[in-house]
Design a protein around this ligand. Structure first.
Ligand SMILES: [Mg+2]
Length: 169
């Protein structure tokens, strides 16, 4: 169960304290695309492009890792100036490993940021990668993702309950 719990939660990928992550020694960031950096299937926009640019200036390497196909993922990655791994079959380890190889990082220096517990977070945590769960932009999603959201609910509830108990003690 605990591998399904994120290391931290954030409202959005754009509202994370990246200075602090850099200070903690993280150098590579793995991003999910859909519902994490932009709305599902939406193209890169000015916000995502300048955001990734800023992270690179801070000294981060950035790779998008997506279960989507090459046309979607490469187009998006090229637009924001990031590396990419497509058809990653998250939560399988392959895509995360490939991304770390590209960035020259390891699980101790890599952060994974995504909106889905059973793909983004689980896959990262199994490899010991620091995992940040973000809130999806929209819940109007494909049917199989909506099913996964239902399964996420009890896990998230348990995680949040444990977190608030920790904060109180
Ligand atoms: Mg997603």
């Amino acid at each position: 169960m605990s591998n399904l719990f994120p290391d931290e939660e954030a409202r959005s990928a754009y509202e994370i304290d990246y200075e602090s992550l850099y200070g903690q020694g993280y150098r590579g960031i793995i991003y999910d695309i859909d519902n994490t950096l932009v709305y599902p299937d939406a193209p890169a926009d000015d916000a995502s492009v300048s955001f990734i640019q800023k992270l690179k200036e801070m000294g981060f390497k950035v790779t998008v890792v997506s279960n989507n196909g090459k046309s979607r993922v490469k187009t998006f990655a090229d637009a924001i100036g990031a590396q990419y791994v497509c058809k990653a079959l998250k939560p399988r380890a392959m895509g995360y490993r490939k991304a770390m190889e590209i960035m020259g990082t390891d699980p101790g220096t890599t952060v994974c940021i995504g909106d889905q517990l059973f793909t983004d977070i689980w896959g990262a945590r199994r490899l010991g990668i620091h995992a940040v769960l973000t809130q999806p932009f929209t819940l109007k999603e494909e049917i199989q993702i909506r099913c996964k959201r239902l399964l996420e609910k009890p896990v998230l509830a348990r995680y949040r309950r444990l977190q608030s108990e920790k904060e109180r003690s």
